[in-house]
Design a protein around this ligand. Structure first.
Ligand code: GDP
Length: 382
């Protein structure tokens, strides 16, 4: 064999070897791809793949619908600015009697004793409470006395005094985020029927509108309807809802919800609670346990007490019981649209020493607004 033939033979053999090795590599890669792909589906199932999956604690994760691929079913909640506009409009509608009535009485030529009594009646009817009413009347009497011939601007004086009564200095910010990378945990408490579950759903929408990642916990496990209601609220805005079987331990559902929030890197977990007002000890045991168990995962950053504005003194008595068993950090006053008794804002803040942070203004999904003393009084005065 000549040198040229030897070189040709070596080249042919080398090409054949490279070709075979290449084919082997490809098929090996293919095998590996097939081998790697199969378990992925079973090993790391998304919670959305198993809607009713039971979790070890007896709690199932209600899946959020796949967010981006189905935009028509995911609603975009209304932002804060337009909520404040709505607050003014709705309040002006339901509370205008109070503002108009006061202005008419205070604008009379002569403010005699009968007129001051009428003013007191208007304030008491609006649920402002006895002490705040007396204080306000005293302040108005002093300020509206005509001094040096100058007629005071009645509307401006009344506005100032009402704003002072509602207290613009209270910190009404919601503590919805945690520290050290943990989610903020909002516990929502209150008697059944006050609008607690609805408030959790509406609050989730406010947070979604602010681009917060939210998880909801349906820990009002004594009412199947409340759980279903919350699941629907969550689905509408693509928020995950952690639920348990009917009658499950509310604390375990709360725990699982917060764990889910931690695992998923959520900014906020909002937990609905049971609102059975059996007796103070029972309530204390129940809510105390929920809070204690949740805090094994992350600290509770906000406890919102939901109060129905139409329930007057009864509502206040209930609120007092709740505030004695759990450290309430903010009040949500619901159904303000259906009540002319907006004065309850003043009374409840005085009674409990905590600010009204949110107000419910209707049954619509975005009828919840941050509360502001000035916006509230301006709405009253029209
Ligand atoms: P829960 O038992 O405290 O959880 O109460 P729900 O959330 O189920 O609400 C009870 C009822 O009050 C429902 O019909 C709600 O639509 C209604 N509701 C809640 N908030 C408001 C509100 O701000 N205004 C009005 N008009 N109705 C409300």
């Amino acid at each position: 064999m000549g040198l040229v033939e030897l070189i040709v033979l070596i080249v042919v053999v080398a090409v054949a070897v490279i070709a075979l090795a290449g084919a082997g590599l490809v098929s090996a890669t293919r095998r590996r791809r097939v081998g790697r792909g199969a378990p992925t589906i079973t090993r790391a199932p998304e919670p959305t793949a198993e809607p009713e999956a039971e979790r070890p604690g007896g709690v199932a994760v209600e899946p959020a619908p796949p967010a981006p691929p189905a935009p028509p079913t995911i609603e975009r909640p209304v932002g804060t600015a337009s909520r404040l506009v709505r607050l003014r409009l709705r309040l002006a509608g339901s509370q205008s009697g109070l503002g108009r009535g006061l202005l008419a009485l205070l604008s009379r030529d002569r403010l005699d004793e009968d007129t001051w009594e009428d003013i007191e009646d208007v304030l008491l009817t609006a649920d402002i409470g006895v002490r705040p009413t007396q204080e306000l009347v005293e302040r108005l009497r002093t300020r509206l006395r005509v001094e040096g011939g100058a007629t005071p601007d009645v509307r401006a004086v009344l506005r100032e005094e009402l704003v002072a009564l509602v207290d613009p200095t209270m910190d009404r910010r919601l503590q919805v985020t945690g520290t050290d990378g943990q989610p903020g945990v909002v516990l929502v408490v209150g008697v059944n029927g006050t609008g607690k579950t609805t408030t959790v759903g509406k609050l989730a929408r406010i947070l979604v509108a602010e681009d917060h990642k939210v998880v909801l916990g349906a820990a009002d496990t004594f009412r199947a309807a409340a759980v279903e209601q919350l699941v629907t609220w969550g689905e509408r805005v693509g928020v995950e809802v952690v639920r348990g079987p009917e009658g499950a331990d509310p604390a375990s559902v709360g725990f699982d919800a917060v764990k889910e929030g931690v695992d998923r890197g959520a900014a906020t977990v909002v937990v609905d609670t049971a609102g059975r007002l059996q007796n103070k000890q029972g309530l204390m045991d129940e809510l105390g346990k929920v809070k204690r168990v949740i805090e094994k995962q992350a600290p509770v950053t906000e406890v919102l007490l939901v109060l129905d504005a139409t329930t007057g003194q009864n509502g206040l008595i209930q609120a007092r019981v709740f505030s004695e068993v759990v450290d309430v950090t903010g009040i949500v006053l619901t159904k303000l649209d259906g009540s002319a008794k907006g004065g309850i804002v003043v009374q409840v803040q005085r009674e409990l020493g905590v600010p009204v942070k949110l107000v419910g203004l209707g049954e619509g999904p975005d009828d919840l607004a941050p509360f502001s003393a000035e916006a509230f009084v301006d709405a009253l005065l029209g």
